[in-house]
Design a protein around this ligand. Structure first.
Ligand code: IMO
Ligand code: MG
Length: 431
């Protein structure tokens, strides 16, 4: 019988619509981790890390790979663009030696094939004015092939030629009409060559990832999951259909690595001092006026993945859904929201909504049907703050910044355990 031991998994998840700065907590938490995992999504994610003071944008590999002795795993739930991974390995090689000893790619991860990227654009086009505003990285079409059981997985590159070509033919037949309509043509031979290139470039990293994860769990070694996307982008609980195609909420993030709930020690929900969203869909606290522009400019809210200007608005505490079981909050951009407050003379935080004539403090799930976006009710803080240069602890923060954090804790009943006060990893207060 297994002894009762401590749980050892820390998962770091986005609490809003992505781009909350998950990479920062992940980098911080992974310094002493045995494994760092990426479990959902693909290169729709953009996580910025800093190595030797240099800004490094990553899309697939968890940033914790930089630590000596830490193994990075790209898990089953990820949809993987092999070209992007190969590029990222080369980019990272400037900072750390990447070998099959510190990078593992799950044999069960699905491959984003070239046609998935074409199909993403084709499907968006067909939606007319109901576009999702996807990252056009082939994420949705790859996950739908997975659900349809016609996907190609990393381990398929090791099949015999005949066998793999059969799989490719089934997938291609399935999509042929849509592709041909746009005058896009692939042959099985072309796709087979593409898979052989994957085998050549990445074959040595492809392994049974769950075996490594299970062993680490058995020995209660520290595992950090760098979540991608976020709660409101989750396929199950997010703003369907304006969401991504993976289960990237707190529960889905562990499931995509085959990890059971009993191993989870901490669930860190990452948020900013304000909200942002890329792509379409409801955003109750969105500011379409010049206040929104101020947030965008001061927060440099332009996409890491697509360069798109992000939609911006005030912090919305209703979205921090109590049922997700977050154990800790990470509040990023505390410096930025303070400066925004100084510039505008106020900072607002949404604590409830007026919706269909009622005051509610939960996120309504029928916005898509009613077409009514809830009206936020705000607590208003006067002015803002500037974080002092030598600020290292919570006590060093300006009084009104502390008041703002205390307010968030009071409303959510979750401790704000990490506070981002500047762009670099070391600009983090840990309580
Ligand atoms: P990180 O990990 C922000 C959004 C897209 C779009 C919707 C569907 O950096 O926080 P998709 O290409 O996934 O089919 O697009 O989801 N989206 C993200 N927005 N950050 C992300 O990841 C995102 N991943 C997907 O903008 O609205
Ligand atoms: Mg992003």
């Amino acid at each position: 019988m297994e002894k009762k031991l401590n749980s050892c998994v820390t998962e770091i998840v986005g609490a809003y619509w992505g781009d909350e700065g998950k990479g920062r907590v992940a980098a911080f938490e992974s310094t002493n981790a045995h494994l760092v995992l990426r479990t959902t999504g693909g290169n729709n994610a953009g996580h910025t890390v800093y190595y030797n003071g240099e800004k490094v944008p990553l899309h697939l590999i968890p940033g914790g790979i930089i630590n000596k002795g830490t193994i990075a795993i790209i898990c089953n739930g990820v949809v993987l663009n092999p070209d992007v991974l190969y590029e990222e390995i080369n980019l990272l090689s400037k900072y750390v030696e990447i070998t099959p000893d510190n990078l593992i790619v799950s044999n069960c991860a699905h491959i984003i094939m070239p046609y998935h990227i074409e199909l993403d654009a084709i499907y968006e086009g067909r939606r007319g004015k109901n576009k999702i505003g996807t990252t056009k990285r082939g994420i949705g079409p790859c996950y739908s092939d997975k659900a349809n059981r016609i996907g190609i997985r990393m381990q398929d590159v090791f099949r015999s030629e005949d066998n793999l070509k059969q799989l490719l033919k089934i997938a291609l037949d399935f999509h042929e009409n849509s592709l041909n309509e746009e005058n896009i043509h692939y042959t099985v031979d072309e796709l087979y060559s593409y898979c052989m290139k994957i085998k050549e470039n990445l074959g040595k990293y492809i392994k049974n990832a769950n075996m490594y994860i299970s062993k680490a769990l058995e020995n209660r070694k520290k595992i950090v999951i760098e979540g991608a996307q976020a709660d409101r982008l989750d396929l199950e609980v997010g703003d369907y259909p304006n969401c991504t195609s993976s289960y990237c909420n707190a529960s889905g993030t562990i499931s995509a690595a085959g990890i059971g709930p009993k191993y989870v020690d901490k669930v860190v929900a990452v948020m900013k001092g304000y909200c942002s969203r890329v792509g379409n869909g409801p955003f109750p606290t969105e500011l379409l006026d010049s206040d929104g522009d101020v947030i965008r400019e001061m927060g440099h809210e332009y996409g890491t993945t697509t360069g798109r200007p992000r939609r911006c608005g005030w912090l919305d505490l209703v979205i921090l859904n109590k049922s997700r079981g977050y154990t800790d909050l990470c509040l990023n951009h505390l410096d930025t929201i303070g400066l925004i407050g100084e510039k505008l003379g106020y900072i607002k935080v949404c604590t409830s909504y007026s919706y269909n004539g009622e005051d509610i403090n939960f996120y309504p799930e029928d916005i898509e049907v009613t077409g009514n976006v809830p009206t936020p009710n705000y607590k208003v803080f006067e002015g803002g703050w500037t974080i002092p240069k030598d600020c290292k602890t919570f006590d060093d923060l300006p009084a009104n910044a502390k008041e703002y954090i205390n307010f968030i804790e009071e409303i959510t009943n979750i401790p704000v355990s990490y506070i981002g006060i500047g762009p670099h990893n070391e600009d983090t207060i840990v309580r």
